[in-house]
Design a protein around this ligand. Structure first.
Ligand code: HEM
Length: 240
């Protein structure tokens, strides 16, 4: 009588190149997701600090935006690195999800799904929503395709009047609400991101892990408060 044997488990082959081998491992990909995410957080915080200059008045915000434009090649280098970080973050996340799915035996698939936290499942959706928001945001304020009239806004010094562009944008309640919702999804994504980094590093039950998780949660909601204050104050007519 022939004995029933389990199908052989595929053996994963790793590259001889240590960098590629690192990326091929699951922990390597998780670290790449975390590091690219950290870089994106630096941009998000920097961008927020720049945008908060709106509270200092038209001259401050326009001078800041003008300075950025003057950076020329440095600005382009930053944009390319930013784009690369976004692509790497997404590609590594997709590959991790595919590997996780392939590693799960079919009969356990349902219970494994139930065991996965709501946070980890919502990460994909909040991430996708943030990407959709950024695409719209670039079309609105950077490329000005949605509102070509913004191109004609100039201040007394002949600089692009970013201050009035932002005010005109957020005076439309629908746009302000859309931004508030997108920033909420961004904060949720960041907050869960910090939590999952501590899990990846296996330090979620240690003091340092709890510090990163709680600190990350605070930072995420501070980011939310800072960004969302702009459409809210404009809509309330506090900035004119
Ligand atoms: C109240 C919220 C926000 C305001 C008022 C705002 C404002 C702006 C403005 C005025 C620009 C164009 C700068 C210029 O070309 O002169 C810009 C660009 C940009 N914003 Fe925002 N932003 C906000 C939220 C966000 C968020 C939440 C993100 C990311 C998740 C983001 C990502 C970007 C990116 C990637 C660019 C392009 C940067 C570049 O061209 O180098 N923004 N933003």
């Amino acid at each position: 009588m022939a004995l029933a044997t389990a199908p052989p488990t595929p053996v994963k082959r790793f590259s001889a190149n240590p960098f590629i081998a690192f990326y091929q491992s699951s922990i390597g990909k998780k670290i790449v997701v975390a590091l690219s995410g950290l870089f994106l957080i630096f941009f998000i915080v920097g961008h927020l600090l720049g945008n908060l200059e709106i509270y200092l008045g038209q001259d401050h915000l326009n001078a800041y935006a003008n300075l950025l434009q003057q950076l020329g090649p440095i600005l382009w280098a930053e944009r390319i690195i930013l784009l690369l970080a976004v692509v790497v973050h997404i590609v590594a996340t997709i590959q991790l999800a595919m590997e996780n799915r392939a590693a799960k035996p079919k009969k356990y698939a349902k219970s494994a799904h139930q065991a996965s936290t709501l946070a980890s499942r919502t990460m994909i959706y909040t991430g996708l929503l943030v990407i959709c928001f950024v695409v719209y945001h670039l079309l609105q304020f950077t490329l000005m395709w949605t509102n070509p009239e913004y191109r004609n806004l100039h201040d007394a010094l002949g600089r692009h009047d970013v201050y009035h562009m932002v005010i005109l944008g957020f005076r439309q309640p629908l746009i302000a609400v859309f931004y508030a919702a997108a920033i909420f999804f961004l904060a949720t994504h960041l907050s869960h991101g910090f939590e999952s980094v501590t899990q990846t590093l296996g330090i979620n039950n240690r003091k340092i892990g709890r510090f990163i998780s709680n600190g990350g949660r605070w930072l995420s909601w501070l980011i939310f408060a800072g960004y969302v204050s702009i459409p809210v104050t404009i809509l309330l007519g506090l900035i004119k």
